[in-house]
Ligand binder design. Structure first.
Ligand SMILES: C[S@@+](CC[C@H](N)C(=O)[O-])C[C@H]1O[C@@H](n2cnc3c(N)ncnc32)[C@H](O)[C@@H]1O
Length: 310
């Protein structure tokens, strides 16, 4: 059957919104989101189903772990009046909703914020009929400690899908990213905050704090040769390529061509490369405008048939 990225995207948005309907009004904390955040969650959702299928077939793997280094509360909300009171599952819930059909051997979810972890734990209990009885056990932990934790879990026959979704980029020191990249069997998703990094770059002056955080983000000062967002992104990709055979970039736009960030996906596996080749079709139809329309229709805030959601 020919894969239709447009129907897949519509179907998944609708299903995911419905799957968290029972916890929509749980009055617990939500993670601040934006309509465009859904794009990275859809690509994660897409990747997980194919990733698990591939891992199950490979005799060299007996274990595959989902690692969410900045997991948040499990639900995102939306800024702006048009989708006020609407929610969407965040990355840890996206992964756990896939568990009944496409289970990971283990789930390692963590966040620095205590309340987010308490909330996520509660939500995973409340969603038991949909996420199954797996032991998810999210924990309070810094990104830095999670990197050491994952390094300790490395062993022959184990693969990792690591989702790294920070608020900004300051805790993302290159020395930590390099440790994750050195795990040969780890596929890594990373939200590269192109817009924020470029703005930060423009504030650099000799010896100031902006320079120091750029140095630690790149692990060197090569970034100082560039000032445009796409050049800074390219440099980061070149650095990742030293450790991973395939590196993909999916841009995320606020609207139209106004880019906010790029999702970087890095893998050594040919299977992972094929998944992304197909997944990029999904991502090219899942524009911010299309996702917004889909969410508004589902929230009964629009019955309008637009050019994106027909
Ligand atoms: C963009 S949100 C993550 C959203 C989540 N992936 C989702 O889809 O709902 C970033 C998270 O990083 C957490 N955070 C901030 N600094 C951190 C650190 N140094 N280590 C671990 N988590 C951190 C915040 O508490 C926040 O929940």
């Amino acid at each position: 059957m020919i894969f239709d990225p447009y129907s897949w995207t519509k179907k998944r948005i609708s299903l995911l919104v419905n799957q968290v309907n029972t916890i929509k009004t749980d009055s617990l904390k939500t993670s601040p989101g934006q309509i465009w955040s859904i794009k990275k969650l859809l690509i994660l959702d897409y990747y997980i189903s194919s990733y698990v299928k591939i891992m199950r077939k490979q005799s060299k793997f007996d274990s595959w772990c989902y690692v969410d280094t900045h997991c948040g509360t499990g639900l995102i909300d939306f800024e702006g009046l048009d989708l006020k009171d609407e929610i969407f599952p965040g990355s840890p819930i996206i992964a756990s909703l896939r568990n009944p059909e496409f289970p990971f051997t283990e789930y390692f979810m963590s966040d620095i914020d205590e309340e987010s972890i308490k909330t996520l734990k509660q939500r995973l209990v409340n969603l038991k009929p949909s996420v199954g009885t797996k032991s998810y056990k999210p924990v309070v932990r810094t990104f830095e400690d999670t990197v050491s934790f994952v390094e300790g879990k490395k062993r022959f026959g184990r693969g990792f899908l690591i989702f790294v979704d920070p608020v900004g980029f300051k805790e993302m020191k290159w020395k930590l990213m390099e440790k994750l990249l050195r795990i040969e069997t780890a596929d890594i998703f990373f939200t590269f905050m192109t817009h924020v990094i470029t703005r930060h770059r423009s504030n650099v002056e000799t010896g100031n704090a902006y320079k120091k955080s750029m140095d630690s983000f790149y692990g060197n000062s090569d970034w100082s040769k560039y000032s445009e967002g796409d050049d800074l992104l390219e440099l980061y990709i070149r650095q990742i390529h030293r450790f991973k055979k395939y590196v993909f970039v999916i841009p995320v736009f606020q609207m139209g061509q106004k880019k906010l960030y790029d999702i970087i996906i890095a893998t050594n596996s040919n299977g992972g490369r094929n998944v992304i080749n197909d997944g990029s079709k999904v991502m090219s139809v899942a524009t911010t405008e299309m996702i917004r329309d889909a969410c508004k229709v589902l929230a009964n805030k629009s019955t309008e048939i637009t050019k994106w959601f027909t």
